[in-house]
Ligand binder design. Structure first.
Ligand code: FAD
Ligand code: NAD
Ligand code: FES
Length: 275
């Protein structure tokens, strides 16, 4: 069992857990993820490693369905049955020069360790973080601490600049030469980040989030099409060159179990209504 040592309610429906997992913490690198199973009847869900220290691994998750809602009922002192990782290839981080990191929604969490490591490697880091509204925004201060410049956007203008993340992204690319862009967030955002950077021909990396089951390259559930080839995001990724990704296919595959997910959520809510 893996003990939750602390819990923080970061934003509306977005939670942070620190989980005691020394073996994972010792090996974790930016871009990697864990797969957890809350209990012996639970489904396995992947979550990106958002931070770590000597003994604990930090995860940040958004309530979207049954498992994430169940997870959100846990508190410090509770335990998680299985917590496996670090999984996936770490993000390739070098001294590129001037880089932009884009985090959309809960995708802000995984870009924090990435930006920190990019800064440590002496890159000039420009961060763009965006959420739908002020209530969903988190980690602005943490991101500011590892960025040379930060732009905050909200879709509705309730905080920061009223824009989607792609708007400042385009403006910065028009303003100066950038060596690399990293984007993490909803697939539609990553698709449009790629479309925004393409005319400027700046290598753009995205972190793909297909449905995963085993996380070890065995089940084939996480297959994505990259450069016309089938790749398994859990072992070949999750990072891929954005210009080669078939985003539309990924979005279609993400929706494959919507009916089952809806039923599972309804059954859970009936059996355990929220107060
Ligand atoms: P459901 O109602 O079951 O599903 C809601 C949607 O989530 C589905 O339509 C589907 O698109 C997706 N999903 C469902 N099951 C899975 C699964 N087993 N694997 C992947 N996606 C699934 N979310 C965060 O909030 N924070 C993170 O740091 C984070 N990191 C991720 C890293 C990776 C590599 C991947 C693949 C996904 C990540 N996600 C993250 C998404 C997270 O795994 C899903 O939100 C979660 O599995 C939803 O489960 P649910 O039962 O609550 O919702
Ligand atoms: P969201 O729908 O609230 O969108 C966040 C931001 O993305 C928006 O504020 C906007 O600035 C931008 N955006 C959205 N649609 C856009 C478009 N069409 N064009 C340009 N910009 C657009 O995001 P959310 O609900 O927080 O979802 C976050 C997603 O991130 C989830 O799908 C989750 O699975 C994913 N995620 C992925 C990873 C990973 O490693 N790949 C890690 C964590 C989270
Ligand atoms: Fe099974 Fe990737 S999740 S092969």
């Amino acid at each position: 069992m893996y003990s939750i040592t602390s819990r923080e309610d970061l934003a509306s429906g977005i939670y942070l857990f620190k989980v005691e997992a020394e073996d994972i913490a010792k090996k974790a690198k930016p871009g990697q993820f864990i797969i957890l199973r809350m209990d012996d009847k639970g489904e396995r869900i992947p979550l990106t490693i958002a931070d770590w220290d000597e003994k604990t691994v930090t995860i940040v998750f958004m309530e979207v369905g049954k498992t994430t809602q169940k997870l959100a009922t846990l508190s410090a002192g509770d335990s998680i049955a299985d917590f496996v990782g670090p999984l996936g290839q770490p993000t390739e981080i070098e001294s590129f020069g001037r880089v932009i990191v884009v985090g959309g929604g809960v995708g802000i969490a995984p870009i924090f360790p990435l930006a920190r490591e990019l800064k440590r490697k002496r890159n000039t880091v420009i961060s763009i973080i965006g959420s739908r509204n002020k209530d969903l925004l988190f980690w602005e201060d943490k991101m500011r601490s590892v960025s040379d410049e930060i732009i905050v956007t909200t879709d509705d203008g309730s905080y920061g600049r009223k824009a989607l993340v792609t708007q400042p992204l385009k403006e910065i690319l028009e303003r100066e030469k950038i060596q690399r862009v990293f984007a993490v967030g909803p697939v539609i955002m990553m698709k449009f980040c790629a479309a925004t950077t393409k005319p400027f021909d700046v290598k753009t990396m995205v972190s793909l989030n297909p449905i995963m089951v085993d996380g070890t390259g065995m089940c084939g559930c996480c297959r994505v099409e990259v450069g016309g080839e089938t790749k398994f995001a859990c072992v070949d990724g999750p990072d891929f060159d954005a210009y080669l990704v078939d985003f539309d296919l990924l979005m279609m595959r993400q929706r494959a179990y919507l009916d089952e997910e809806k039923k599972a959520l309804e059954m859970w809510e009936k059996s355990c209504p929220k107060s």
